[in-house]
Design a protein around this ligand. Structure first.
Ligand SMILES: *Cc1c(COP(=O)(O)O)cnc(C)c1O
Length: 360
């Protein structure tokens, strides 16, 4: 068996230990005689899996009292609608910070529900930085403020948490949740599609301050109402049970590593090594302001784009796959989420240096 180092932006690598454990438990989970995918979501076996996963996630993120943790479906893209549908609470406007492709999608969706204001945009500098706190033009009538702490496509990460006074802060953490410790109490709602840093596609994590629940806009479908999911313990309908279980195994894997402080130290080392290799080379360039460079998604271009296809083919031959950059940015992108081992980043750096030596 030859596993590759997969730099995909998502669905992305899962920790090998987690896949091994899932394999061992595939046919018979804990002497139940069943695969987790075959269990009733209301049976005691699955309920114990679900509760353990929530408890582990709460422990990892130190979620304070007064927050619900939901395990939903529909991806971050459904949250682009659920956030305005539930957080406007009779208001007619919200503030959105525009830092890249995912912010733009969130903005386009929220415009269906309110007359939103863009509090800051870095589009004029091609999304190569996050705005500073001083640049945020927050509007007194905004029902909430939305931002994207890590832009997966541009590789831009906020080096701070925006200060929004009494306005709830909504954050799309799809590509950075669990990459480092965060102070949950700064946020009204955090959401993340699982397929980057949590588990398989099909599961969406939502962490939500309880006082924001319960006033959806008129006509909100049941599946888009946070209260319905919160009151039902994320079992209003059949949840994505197998994805929830695998996410739970990932949470236990992070706990075994030492929790989010340990995870953050590893992620910082991986990112710094890769950016240092890019910055010290004559062939590779990353355009993002150093203070705003993502720990998770590292886009880079080659000085001669004619080398792109050769780079990708040779990398694949070396077991380093899915490095092609997003079509809107071009070049390459190495996504180095939690599950990418340091060894994978070292292998990529070694390959890049050797490639430059031959072609640079
Ligand atoms: C991948 C991604 C999304 C889209 O997630 P889906 O689960 O496919 O809807 C949204 N926001 C960010 C920051 C992402 O990285």
């Amino acid at each position: 068996m030859a596993r590759v180092f997969n730099f995909s932006a998502g669905p992305a690598m899962l920790p090998e230990e987690v896949l091994q454990q899932a394999r061992e438990e595939m046919l018979d989970w804990h002497a139940s005689g069943m695969c987790v995918a075959e269990m009733s979501h209301r049976g005691k076996e699955f309920v114990s899996i679900a509760e353990q996963a929530e408890a582990d996630l709460r422990e990892l993120l130190a979620v304070p009292d007064g927050y619900k943790v939901l395990f939903l479906q529909g991806g971050a893209s459904s949250q682009f609608a659920m956030v305005p549908m539930n957080l406007l609470k009779g208001g007619t406007t919200a503030d959105y910070i525009n830092t890249g492709s995912w912010s733009k999608k969130a903005i386009a969706e929220a415009k269906r529900f309110c007359d939103l204001k863009v509090a800051a945009s870095t589009e004029d500098t091609r999304f190569t930085r996050a705005p500073t706190q001083g640049e945020l033009a927050l509007n007194a009538n905004a029902a909430y403020v939305h931002y994207t702490p890590n832009e997966t496509i541009q590789g831009v990460e906020f080096p701070y948490v925006p200060e929004t006074g009494d306005k709830p802060l909504a954050a799309d953490m799809s590509s950075c949740i669990l990459s480092r410790p965060i102070d949950i109490s700064r946020y009204g709602v955090i959401y993340a599609g699982a397929q980057k840093n949590v588990g398989p596609a099909g599961l969406t994590i939502v962490i939500l301050r309880e006082d924001l629940i319960g006033q959806p806009i008129a006509g909100t479908p049941a599946m888009f109402d946070y209260k319905i999911h919160a009151d039902a313990g994320s079992m209003y309908n059949t949840p994505p049970t197998y994805a929830w279980y695998l996410a739970g195994l990932v949470f236990q894997w992070i706990k075994r590593l030492g929790g989010l402080d340990a995870m953050a130290a590893i992620n910082e080392r991986k990112a710094q090594a890769l950016y240092a290799a890019i910055d010290s080379s004559g062939l590779y360039t990353n355009p993002v302001e150093p203070a705003c460079r993502s720990w998770m998604n590292v886009p880079f271009t080659l000085a001669d784009p004619a080398l792109d296809e050769i780079f990708l083919a040779e990398a694949k031959g070396a077991g380093l796959v899915t490095l092609k950059g997003h079509r809107s940015v071009g070049g390459m992108r190495a996504s180095i989420y939690n599950a990418m081992p340091e060894e994978g980043v070292r292998a990529l750096i070694g390959f890049m240096q050797e490639f430059e030596h031959r072609h640079g």
